[in-house]
Design a binder for this molecule. Sequence first.
Ligand SMILES: Cc1ncc(COP(=O)(O)O)c(C=O)c1O
Length: 374
Amino acid sequence: MKLFDVYPLYDVVPVSARGLMVTDSQGKEYMDLYGGHAVISIGHSHPHYVSRIKEQLEKIGFYSNSVINPLQEQLAEKLGRMSGCENYSLFLCNSGAEANENALKLASFHTGKSRVIAFKNGFHGRTSAAVAATDNEKINAPINKQQKVSFLALNDAETLKAELEKGDVCAVILEAIQGVGGLDQPSTEFYRQLRALCTEMGVVLIADEVQSGYGRSGKFFAFQHHEVSPDIISLAKGMGNGFPVGGVLIHNKFQASYGLLGTTFGGNHLACAAALSVLEVIESENLISNAGEMGQYFREKAKSLSGLRKIKGKGLMLGLEFDFDVADLRKRLIFNQQIFTGGSKDRHVLRILPPLNIEKTHIDHFLSALKKEL
Ligand SMILES: Cc1ncc(COP(=O)(O)O)c(C=O)c1O
């Protein structure tokens, strides 16, 4: 059987990885400034992560959600404390799309309404409601287009107010830093207006922190830079450092009932062990403050790159916007300099999403390699 051919692949075969470094089948080492698409939070194969998962597998890897799993409670407690979101409850699932799907579904159950407001260039995943709320015609099939979604421009509070006043909206979903879209952000003023309007009109505010969460922005969640509180927060990527795990933080004002949400694999023992070990490393190695500091260092050092228009994003979720298409530069960085970086919907933006334990020497090495290619 062949693989269903949906990914344009770079000709690299990683076989092992440690920290920021990935080794391919030829024994070549690459520096990972892409984090496997913002997934690697604590570094590849961190020893604590590896031993925690191994130990768990030797005890029990999986049982269904019909029995008590104390690891889920430990994870909820630690996540609540470390994120400052103690007045939310946790629902565990397996991916970012699934987290957003559940968030949107809850908003619709809660309000009895069905229209969603999302933003231009936003990305929320590839499943039913999540892909419908994603501003990309090409990945929305006719079945997805049946959903009612309106895409607004970020920072246009007047149009937002007019749309919410129509009274049929269940949720507004947004990324505090757009990932796939190219690192645009709502202003603090807009985010606060959005919060106030949602409260006034009884609309659920969903923060998609799938990519920007887990310390990547220099705070646990990127919306925390604006000092607002969403009603629902979706997470995935950095949460499992590569182990497929996602979650939905649901404000305590939402009423749970048996059967309202559910999943076979979500929150299994192995996923919880992976997610707990990630939080333990983030805490013991102070990775959130490192993300903030290294992001600042990167910005200072990158300022004078030739062809650079601006540096977008926060912490270690950065975009270098150049005055040319970066597709060829990305290829040259991989094959000439052995460095992985990311692209985005905006073809001028090179995305930088390294593990949160990156050091100054890695940044210096990347910038000198980048200068050679420029
Ligand atoms: C902001 C955001 N939301 C949701 C998703 C979807 O996550 P997943 O691919 O785990 O379904 C992504 C993936 O890139 C994302 O960046």
